[in-house]
Design a protein around this ligand. Structure first.
Ligand code: FAD
Ligand code: NAP
Length: 441
């Protein structure tokens, strides 16, 4: 009962394993697949990875690396998924984590119990089930594996092939076809660029515009900005600067036939692409507004135009899901979830969530920082404020997000990378002051 349970050995789960091991906090980690890496293990036998064959990171290596383990110096700025998976393998081997993880074992149930949580696991090969009580559960099951299709579905019926970005692997099946990609997030941008190289036509439909951010500016990875003092300046100055840089790099989005964004820069999760606007400019991708209705082998768009389409790829985002937790305990309808500093469930003591954020930056250093805070709480170095205070912080965060971001299910857990890391550090300091002299909170 003195042990903690970590669910998942993706980049967040292994960060937690490393931190808890280093702090001498006993834990078990269960991983559904045969190996570590989660989303970054192409064709992962957990059946949950959304990685496609051509995937590269879009947060550069210096932003993405763990504080405790730099990426190899000979890696490019934007490595591919094979290199990223190798980096996680090296991390696990360097810290001796593999033997601490139970593979091919799914957590099927997490229930509150006296003094902790009962965790039920099922071995995927033997079917063996086991229930063990833990003092704490760290949920690191990822939030980019449960595909969200358009809600409500578009009216009409479609005779062609329909799929979601989650299931997309390579462009070859789209050779010679008329393809419609829906959305203007990073999946849509990457997939449209790729199908455009082999398809007869690729259409990219979007219900609003986006500021497409370059991968490089003046020879430097654009997202290095996320680690500069710019992030300490007021939002309006950050907006002005980023807007000017995007303008220098790409001009106006409307110059390419993209819709004018209906929001300010930094009010939507960034769409990062060095290729999308080129492909549109070359006429390889045709921009369309949203779908109005489906009609057999045709699709009608909201501007009244109609196109014959063979295949639709919905790049419409993901649902936050915890299949092992009863909805009455905690859930995320429409991706809304109330966690103190995005980690702690105020009314569920001992339940913590890792990397349940969409950073303007990478998730790995964030999961690592969150794990250190959770370790403080577990080894008694820090304490939480009363539940009422936590609920107030959550309400403040949710108000700020809804004021700043476009109202969308993809913007419910958005954080600024450096500001959030500073927030966790500040909370760790405050948490230490809540410990009464002589121990206890
Ligand atoms: C296409 C794509 C590209 C991305 N690119 C970037 C990027 O460039 N930079 C960036 O920072 N982020 C990126 N992301 C975000 C991505 O979510 C993170 O990079 C990272 O994968 C999050 O790690 P994680 O460990 O939290 O989740 P995951 O990588 O999803 O890992 C979760 C792990 O938990 C395991 N698991 C789940 N449920 C259970 C269960 N019930 N029992 C046992 N094990 C379980 C899974 O098998 C998996 O191994 C991208 C996401 C997608 C979809
Ligand atoms: N490393 C990489 O290169 C890379 C590649 C792919 C993905 N990713 C990451 O993976 C995560 C998921 O990205 P994603 O692009 O799959 O999803 P996403 O960021 O959630 O984007 C979903 C897109 O679909 C649109 N959409 C949703 N419902 C719609 C509907 N009913 N009709 C029309 N449009 C609809 C959204 O528009 P609204 O904004 O209007 O809701 C948005 O443009 C992100 O963190 C992303 O950065 C990274």
């Amino acid at each position: 009962m003195d042990r903690a349970c970590i669910i998942g050995a993706g980049s967040s789960g292994i960060a937690a394993c490393q931190v808890l091991q280093g702090r001498g906090i006993p834990f078990d980690c269960f991983e559904m697949g045969s190996t570590i890496g989660g989303n970054w293990r192409y064709l992962n036998d957990n059946g949950m990875s959304s990685a496609y064959r051509s995937l590269h990171i879009n947060t550069s290596k210096k932003v993405m690396e763990y504080a405790s383990f730099p990426m190899p110096a000979d890696y490019p700025n934007y490595p591919n998924h094979f290199q990223i998976a190798q980096y996680f393998d090296n991390f696990a081997d360097h810290f001796g984590l593999r033997e601490r993880i139970t593979f091919r074992t799914e957590v099927t149930r997490v229930e509150p119990a006296a003094g902790g949580w009962d965790v039920t696991t099922r071995h995927r090969d033997t079917g063996d089930r086991k229930t063990t009580r833990y003092r704490a559960v760290l949920v690191a099951n990822g939030h980019h594996w449960d595909p969200r299709y358009p809600e409500p579905p578009f009216p009409g019926t479609f005779d062609g092939e329909q799929t979601h970005a989650h299931h997309y692997r390579v462009a070859d099946p789209y050779r010679g076809k008329r393809v419609l990609v829906l959305g203007i997030g990073n999946s849509a941008a990457d997939i449209a660029v790729e199908t455009a190289m082999v398809s007869e036509r690729t259409f990219l439909a979007m219900r609003r515009g986006a500021y497409v951010v370059p991968k490089y500016l003046f020879g430097q990875p654009f997202d290095r900005l996320a680690k500069t003092p710019l992030t300490r300046l007021p939002l309006w100055i950050q907006r002005l600067s980023v807007r000017a840089m995007v303008r220098v790099a790409h001009g106006r989005m409307t110059d390419y036939g993209m819709p004018k964004p209906d929001h300010k820069v930094l009010s939507a999760h960034p769409t990062v692409s060095g290729d999308l606007l080129n492909r549109i400019g070359h006429g390889d991708i045709t921009v369309k507004p949203n779908i109005e209705r489906l009609d057999g082998g045709k699709v009608q768009f909201v501007d009244g135009s109609i196109e014959s389409i063979d295949a639709i790829i919905y790049c419409t985002g993901y649902k936050i899901s915890f299949p092992f937790l009863d909805d009455s305990l905690i859930s995320a309808p429409d991706n809304q979830i109330g966690l103190y500093h995005r980690v702690v469930a105020p009314d569920r003591p001992g339940l913590y969530f890792l990397a349940l954020v969409q950073p303007l930056g990478a998730t790995m250093p964030i999961a690592e920082a969150q794990a250190h805070w959770i370790a403080d709480l577990l080894d008694g170095a820090a304490a939480l404020p009363p539940a009422e205070r936590m609920r107030k912080e959550i309400a403040g965060y949710q108000r700020a997000v809804s004021r700043r971001y476009v109202s969308s299910k993809r913007h419910t857990i958005e954080v600024d990378f450096m500001a959030y890391l500073r927030e966790i550090q500040a909370e760790r300091r405050r948490g230490r002051t809540r410990i009464k002299p002589g121990g206890g909170s």
